[in-house]
Design a protein around this ligand. Sequence first.
Ligand SMILES: [Mn+2]
Length: 286
Amino acid sequence: MGDWGTWKFAIRFGFFDVATYIEPHSQLRALASRHFFIHNNVEFMTKRLRFAHCSDIHLDGDAGEKIEGHVDYYKSGFARALMEMQRHKPDMLLIAGDLFDANTASDETITWAMDILSDQPLPIVMIPGNHDCLEPGAIYHRYDFNKIPNLQMIDAEEGATARVDTLDVAVWGKGMVEHSPDFLPLDSCPERPTDCSWYLGMGHGIFVPHGGETDRSSPIPMQHIEDSVCDYLALGHHHAAMELVNEKATAAYSGSPTDTIGRGATYVIIDLADDAAPAVNVHEIS
Ligand SMILES: [Mn+2]
């Protein structure tokens, strides 16, 4: 360590050492900041979808609250539900069957419904229910709801997938023709499309829990719900809201916005994100 050569070596070594010491750190810092940037960018680009789900509106129903000379109970209830759903600023709306109480709904009510749906500032996907199923003379045979620019009606009995490309969404469902025990609303749902961010399913029928059996029409067994590859299943038929959420299932019956059974007149707001668990929130209409 005494001679110049050693010092020179030490300095050189030190210089070299410092350089090699600094270099990786500056590279690490660069990497870290790049990672931070990418990480922040990814966070910024987190995919999210918020949508509303309702069903079982039963327009033209015959509940006792319908008062002659007053605004129709079902129409005003649905209009209020649409208004309240809009307050959550959903990206889209799913209507899971029984918009109408019967295929004998009046022309005035049908055109009123088509008008208010076309007035909604968002895409709508809907399926028929058992009350407005695709039997001969059906509302949806008489009136083409697919002519409503912001609406897609899934009317294929064997099932079909609607696309909302602006939201990167695919929605699968079946168009019920006959409400029978043979009709399985969630059976044969196709595999998740590879070219969408969100895959939603819709079904209208009676819920059958594990171990339960039914000979009733349009059964939806819990097993079908848990087997589903959809990010969310929007279900209809039960007028009381029911969340079906566990580690295998993300589904709900929205309940009816025009029937106060259960928790009251209800709809559901769903939040999906690629970095968080789905949030399924039942809202009571005030
Ligand atoms: Mn129904």
